[in-house]
Design a protein around this ligand. Structure first.
Ligand code: NAD
Length: 502
């Protein structure tokens, strides 16, 4: 058996969650609750309220009032900067506690706590980065187009009430990526964490309140897509929906936004390629590519490089290293320092991953290692062994579908043109990595690949670098100027200096 997580829950004093509405914590009106089952042990961790349409309405109205009448959208830049920097400081001070809560949510191991997507330091950096935008969110002064003594100015104003919908895989970071720019721009928020990762978000929200946000600026409603998420995305008083998650829910959000023309940002999935050329450091390419797909969140990462396009001459070397890395992955309690990877989030996701592995075999891909569910001590959790396929062709389901599990598909290629063609033959376009020692080739590949982020000989997210997808990987960007601007409306001001005005 994987060791019980209950002593860790008790050690940090986790109790049942509550809704945050208008500065107060309380239960759902109807008293319904969701009990969170830990993915590594099957134990019940704690429960939280299922907010229904009436609870969501209370939260949205609180955010609306705070936007229309409250101090936050009208606050001086210094005040917003002070609160955002204080949030960053509190996240740094309480980072260990936040990571423990995240481990109770989705079982990401504490040993992985320094890696960007799951680290609290990165979350603090996101708040610091956006604090820096508050006094730089400027419009423009345009030269008069038709001559004369008039001026044309543009102003950036907060977009209004933001509905932020968060997935379970990196709940702290993905909450911060929405809340920090929204707050920096002067918006108010109703956030809905995933029903599979609620507790870390609730604690981060409590720290944000402690940092000095006025009541109603941040509200958190908990519960699943239906009823909670549905009520939020269809609420007429929400001005913008900011979502990270699956394409299926992304489509619902676009449909819901049509009524009222809400602004929308979507960060969706990926089927990202790693292109490994014969002149690359093949061992590093294999170790890092297999690592992004198996370590930490076990491939439950939107930017995981799940298609390894490997030059035929180095395919055997790549497979040897990747298999070795797969063999080093260790599963168990996220609180065990020797554990390096998580289980899958729930049994439904585990069964889906096992089904796709079966389809890969049936379609003719060769299984190098893994492919099975964890047994023995691991049977209490949703563990799937690190899985490596070779001889994969890009039309197989394992090369097309976002598996969201520890499965790497190796697709051999012969030359650059073929590599680019395969890399771009996907409905997604989130990320890619190019592995080569030839700088000219690296530049050619960077231009040819249709993806929102391209890494050369590695991959490292930065809080100030825009992140998002081409094609079905999403709409809009998180991080940097494009993100903060997406939480604003642009207003044009016309100043005609006529004689009568002077
Ligand atoms: P999901 O779409 O199932 O759920 C995401 C959120 O949407 C959850 O909070 C969920 O409760 C909510 N939701 C579900 N149904 C809803 C509805 N009808 N109305 C409103 N909200 C609803 O996704 P998931 O399983 O939590 O996360 C995995 C997906 O997220 C993957 O596809 C992954 O690629 C993607 N992802 C993308 C990024 C990125 O930055 N591009 C980052 C992480 C995850």
């Amino acid at each position: 058996m994987v060791a019980s997580i209950k002593p860790h829950r008790d050690a940090i004093g986790l109790t049942d969650g509550l809704l945050l509405i208008d500065g107060s914590w309380g239960p759902a009106a109807e008293g319904q609750a969701w009990s969170h089952v830990h993915p590594a042990t099957g134990e019940e961790v704690a429960s939280f309220p299922i907010a229904d349409a009436a609870d969501v309405d209370r939260a949205v109205r609180a955010a609306r009032r705070a936007f229309d009448e409250g101090p936050w959208p009208r606050a001086r830049a210094t005040e917003r900067i002070r609160v955002l920097r204080r949030i960053a400081d509190l996240v740094r001070e309480r980072g260990d506690e936040l990571l423990r809560l995240q481990a109770l949510d989705n079982s990401v191991p504490l040993s992985f706590g320094s890696v960007y997507a799951t680290s609290s330091a990165f979350v603090a950096d996101v708040f610091d980065h956006h604090a820096g935008w508050v006094d730089k969110l400027a419009g423009e002064t345009l030269p008069p187009y038709q001559g004369g003594d008039h001026m044309v100015l543009t102003l950036r104003e907060p977009v209004g009430v933001v509905g932020a919908i968060i997935p379970w895989n990196a709940p702290l970071l993905l909450f911060a990526q929405k809340a920090a720019p929204a707050l920096a721009a002067g918006c108010t928020i109703v956030a809905k964490p995933s029903e599979y990762a609620t507790f870390a978000v609730l604690r981060l929200a409590a720290l944000m309140e402690e940092a000095g946000l006025p009541a109603g600026v941040l509200n958190v409603v908990t519960g699943p897509g239906e009823p909670t998420g549905d009520a939020l995305i269809s609420h007429p008083m929400v001005d913008k929906l900011s979502f990270t998650g699956s394409r299926a829910v992304g489509r619902k959000i676009i449909a819901a936004s049509a009524d009222g023309f809400k602004r929308v940002s979507l960060e969706l999935g990926g089927k990202s390629p790693a292109l490994v050329f014969a002149d690359a450091d093949v061992a590093s390419a294999a170790a890092i590519t297999m690592g992004t797909v198996t370590l930490g969140l076990s491939g439950q990462v939107c930017l995981a490089q799940t298609r390894a396009l490997v030059h035929r001459d180095v395919a055997d070397e790549f497979l040897g290293t990747a298999e070795m890395i797969g063999g080093m992955v260790s599963y168990g309690s996220p609180f065990d320092p020797a554990v390096s990877a998580s289980p899958l989030i729930n049994t439904r996701q585990m069964e889906r991953v096992l089904r796709l592995i079966g389809e890969g075999q049936a379609e003719g891909a060769r299984l190098v290692c893994g492919g099975t569910r964890g047994e023995g001590d691991l049977a209490s959790g949703n563990f799937v062994a690190p899985t490596l396929f070779t001889d994969v062709s890009n039309d197989m389901s394992i090369a097309r579908e976002e598996i969201f599990g520890p499965v790497l598909s190796v697709i051999p290629f012969g030359d650059e043109d073929e590599a680019v063609r395969i890399a771009n033959a996907t409905e997604y376009g989130l990320a890619a990595t190019v592995w080569t020692s030839d700088i000219k080739r690296a530049i050619r590949m960077t231009k040819a690949i249709r993806a929102g982020t391209v890494g050369i000989n590695g991959y490292q997210l930065e809080p100030h670098a825009a992140f998002g997808g081409f094609r079905q990987s999403g709409l809009g960007r998180e991080g940097g100027r494009p993100a903060i601007e997406s939480y604003t409306e642009l207003k044009t001001v016309l100043l005609p200096f006529t004689d009568e005005m002077m």
